[in-house]
Design a protein around this ligand. Structure first.
Ligand code: IMP
Ligand code: MG
Length: 179
């Protein structure tokens, strides 16, 4: 039998997210034009990226899409602070305008690393789009170009974000208030 469902408080509903994705796509289209290489950071951004590329289409962007998996945990429990690529992109970024998409900005290490890596490989420009921003958690000096929502300092789940590999499928973003 399935375990008892925990109580989840909704922070951003699927309607909130859909509305914001439409606005974000307009901002990105105005800033970057139509020829963009989207790189979605796995796993957390896959739902957000899948929705955003369709709002981008409506905003006139004709992106190519690639994926990259990054890990900042060299050790099982302690964040090592160094980010490693665990699955690399296939496309070349040389001379491309890249839109890097991730789920949530915390320390800023993941995005700072990825943006620098892609510029080192010859990308013409790298812009970053984050679904959520936990501003109070920053460790490195990094700010995103496009942000979906400011996130309260809570552990959030859903819409691609997991807790112990569960909850990614939730159509909203929330946090667990009780078990
Ligand atoms: P950072 O900016 O390098 O610290 O990266 C933050 C990463 O930690 C995100 O890409 C998520 O994978 C994960 N993360 C941070 N906060 C949360 C949360 O509240 N829920 C789920 N995952 C989180
Ligand atoms: Mg992540």
């Amino acid at each position: 039998m399935a375990a008892e469902e925990p109580k989840i408080e909704v922070l951003f509903s699927s309607a909130d997210i859909a509305k914001r994705n439409t606005e974000l796509a307009e901002e990105i289209s105005r800033d970057m034009g139509s020829d963009v290489l989207v790189i979605a950071v796995l796993k957390g951004s896959f739902v957000f990226a899948a929705d955003l590329i369709r709002t981008l289409h409506h905003a006139g962007v004709r992106p190519q899409i690639d994926f990259m998996a990054l890990s900042s945990y060299g050790d099982k429990s302690i964040s090592s602070g160094t980010v490693v690529i665990t699955r690399d992109i296939v496309d070349t970024v040389k001379g491309r305008k890249v839109l890097l998409i991730d789920d949530i900005l915390e320390s800023g290490r993941t995005m700072e690393f990825a943006a620098r890596e892609l510029l080192d490989r010859g990308a013409e420009a790298v812009k970053t789009c984050l679904m959520l921003d936990k501003k109070g958690k920053r460790i490195v000096d990094f700010e995103a170009d496009f942000i979906g929502f400011d996130c309260p300092d809570l552990f959030v789940i859903g819409y691609g974000l997991d807790f112990a590999h569960y909850y990614r499928e939730l159509p909203y973003i929330g946090h667990i208030v009780s078990k």
